[in-house]
Design a protein around this ligand. Structure first.
Ligand SMILES: [Zn+2]
Ligand SMILES: [Zn+2]
Length: 317
């Protein structure tokens, strides 16, 4: 690896997580500029610093925010850098963390709290996505909340919502992760086929539906499930990225004055995500179902596709 440019650092990767985005790039489903080193969820140690780097020092353990914005456009200047149209995504637009070292701007590095294992901090990136989504849901203590989808984002959402004092209902296509969802704080779990979702939401909330729904599955069906669960005047936060056209019955959005909001990655949520891990509010170990050395990356991708997999971890150094 070449020496870091001014303002950049080289991070020696300790542990990396594999996610659906990596998988889609790996299979060719999503195309990027090749050759490309994939991977964007990681924790490591600063190994080298370029000229004028002040935020971190060599030897600092850091979780890396794998997106950086241009810093100059109107969106960036008004505090919406997660929406910057010139945003650079590590592991997609530039080389990522499925490697021994990765070069990133220093502003991507968030110092890791002492005493928290790399394997726990590895989950900071997807957790930051959830922290932002929950904030956009304006969740109050005592609120009733539903999480649609029980993948890694859904299971993190359960815990962040519990941490905010909400009661949580989990809705998923299969009951496969329900025992774990309950262990992590879900009060009620239901498959989409078990009963009409409106009824489930009314029984759970004790009123016309739940106050807030977090959609994490990213499928067109999941959006309609979210709208079925929410109460009039409630909020639906969409975090999954539905790539297929999604039919929405807007009659029910208007008639019930539902607030429908998107939530895109994160911009200042990394410290809060790490704090939730450090305090034990969010448990990450139960989500890591597979571990591989970087040399076995092919096996790691194969494991990601298996039904029993939630989060696949790569031990890099
Ligand atoms: Zn990811
Ligand atoms: Zn910008």
């Amino acid at each position: 690896m070449t020496a870091p440019r001014p303002g950049d650092v080289v991070v020696k990767v300790a542990m990396a997580g594999l996610c659906g985005t990596d998988y889609r790039i790996w299979t060719g489903d999503r195309r990027v500029g090749y050759p490309r080193v994939l991977g964007h969820e990681f924790v490591g140690t600063v190994a080298e610093t370029g000229f004028a780097v002040t935020r971190v020092r060599v030897g600092d353990r850091v979780a890396v925010e794998p997106n950086y914005s241009c810093g100059r456009c109107p969106l960036c200047r008004e505090g919406n850098r997660n929406l910057c149209l010139s945003r650079t995504a590590v592991g997609i637009d530039v080389d990522g963390c499925f490697a021994e070292t990765v070069r990133v701007p220093e502003r991507c590095c968030w110092p890791a709290p002492a005493g928290v294992a790399d394997e726990d901090l590895m989950i900071t990136e997807p957790l930051a996505v959830v922290v932002r989504a929950v904030a956009r849901g304006d969740v109050q203590a005592g609120a009733s909340a539903a999480v649609v989808g029980a993948g890694s984002l859904g299971l993190l959402a359960v815990q962040v919502l519990r941490g905010r004092g909400a009661r949580v209902l989990v809705v998923s296509r299969t009951p496969r992760r329900f025992a774990l969802a309950r262990e992590l704080g879900a009060e009620v779990t239901r498959t989409v086929a078990e009963a009409p979702l409106e009824e489930t939401a009314r029984a759970f909330s004790g009123r016309e539906g739940v106050d807030v729904v977090l959609e994490t599955a990213g499928t067109p069906e999941a959006v309609s499930h979210a709208l079925a669960l929410v109460r009039p005047g409630g909020r639906v936060v969409l975090t999954g990225l539905p790539h297929d056209p999604t039919p929405v019955v807007f009659f029910s959005v208007v008639r019930r004055e539902v607030t429908l909001t998107g939530s895109m990655i994160y911009q200042d949520e990394f410290p809060e995500a790490m704090r939730l891990v450090a305090t034990g509010t969010v448990k990450t170990r139960p989500l890591v179902t597979h571990r591989f050395d970087l040399d076995a990356i092919g096996e790691a991708f194969a494991a990601h596709a298996r039904p029993d997999s939630i989060k696949v971890a790569l031990r890099v150094s």
